[in-house]
Design a protein around this ligand. Structure first.
Ligand code: SF4
Length: 330
């Protein structure tokens, strides 16, 4: 793919990741992308105030004794003085990649000045949903933070992958354009198809721009809020252009399923699947949506663990052991 000079560069691998100091600001959140609801720990700290790799020198500290999933992280302090072991996050030491770091600015209320800070969004080893694991989407949560800097990661090695303006492919290369020009182009092209290459549905739909093929990226939050965060483009595609050629990514329909589910589940929205049940069920039936693509951690963590037998002892806790022998599971 060719692109303009403002968007091309040779990626330079970062040499190290800034670790949060013990007194970093810490926030906890679910991932912004899908209904699995993986837990993330968010660290914010000035760029001149990094933590160290040894225990106690950084803010990667846990204190959870999870007796449902049998994971005891009481008084756990992460140690990065040696390479993180595979699946280290399962045992309390999350691997932190450069995609989990953004360098941006934050207003300092004490000095009255904007100061450069790092924001790390790290999959939480404490969260029973993901146990420190993440998907390629969630691992990039930090990069959704606005930043005035062109580097997306730690700042030690600059690579300009952050797109700061809309891009238009022109003469076989991407050109940076203004937002007003981007909106004007999209409106003009859409209007052409709506007026000239259409199919006339009966009232109340009317003309539909059937040459328009759209892909709705309708993820949008740990509570499955894809419909909310994509409401305006969704209405535009489904009601305005009325094209039947819309490929959903995640939600099964353009409808306020989230509202109804929130009502039905007393506020929990679509996060109603029990990871524990999924990890010990004898039979799993999936339909409708590609679970690997759209609910990755649920699939690779809990379903795979179940299918591979990694949760056999957990099954034994919850089911009659004689029955498990009979089924050949133990
Ligand atoms: S599976 Fe991926 S996208 Fe979904 S909540 Fe977990 S990290 Fe986020």
């Amino acid at each position: 793919m060719s692109s303009s000079s403002s968007s091309t560069s040779s990626p330079v691998p970062n040499r190290r990741i800034p670790l949060p100091p013990p007194d970093a600001e810490i926030y906890h959140a679910t991932c912004r992308f899908c209904n699995v609801g993986c837990g993330y720990d968010i660290f914010v700290f000035p760029v001149y105030k990094e933590g160290g790799p040894a225990k106690g020198q950084n803010a990667i500290v846990y204190n959870l004794n999870d007796q449902v999933f049998n994971r005891d992280l009481t008084n756990f302090q992460a140690d990065y003085t040696s390479p993180v072991i595979p699946l280290g996050a399962n045992y309390g030491t999350p691997w932190i990649g450069e995609g989990m770091v953004t360098r941006t600015v934050k207003y300092n209320t004490q000095t009255g000045a904007w100061e450069p800070v790092y924001i790390l969004e790290v999959p939480s080893s404490e969260c029973p949903v993901n146990e420190g694991t993440y998907s390629t989407r969630g691992g990039r949560n930090a990069q959704r933070n606005w930043s005035p800097f062109s580097d997306v990661a730690s700042g030690y090695a600059i690579y300009q992958s952050r797109i700061q303006t809309p891009m238009l492919r022109w003469n076989n290369s991407f050109q940076p354009i203004s937002w007003s020009y981007a909106i004007q182009v999209a409106a003009t092209v859409s209007k052409y198809y709506l007026d000239n290459e259409n199919f006339n549905y009966p009232d109340p739909v009317g003309p539909a721009a059937i040459q328009v093929m759209a892909i709705r990226s309708d993820h949008g939050g740990g509570q499955g809020g894809g419909v909310f965060s994509n409401m305006a483009p969704g209405l535009f595609l489904h009601m305005g252009l009325a094209t039947p050629f819309v490929r959903f990514h995640y939600q099964v329909a353009f409808s306020l399923t989230e509202d109804a589910l929130m009502e039905a589940t007393n506020g929990n929205g679509t996060d109603t699947a029990s990871m524990l049940d999924i990890s010990i069920a004898d039979t799993l039936v999936l339909w409708g949506i590609n679970e690997y693509s759209t609910s990755t951690v649920n699939f690779i963590q809990h379903m795979f663990d179940n299918i591979s037998g990694a949760t056999a002892s957990r099954k034994a806790q919850w089911f009659d052991q004689a029955n498990l022998h009979h089924l050949g599971i133990l």
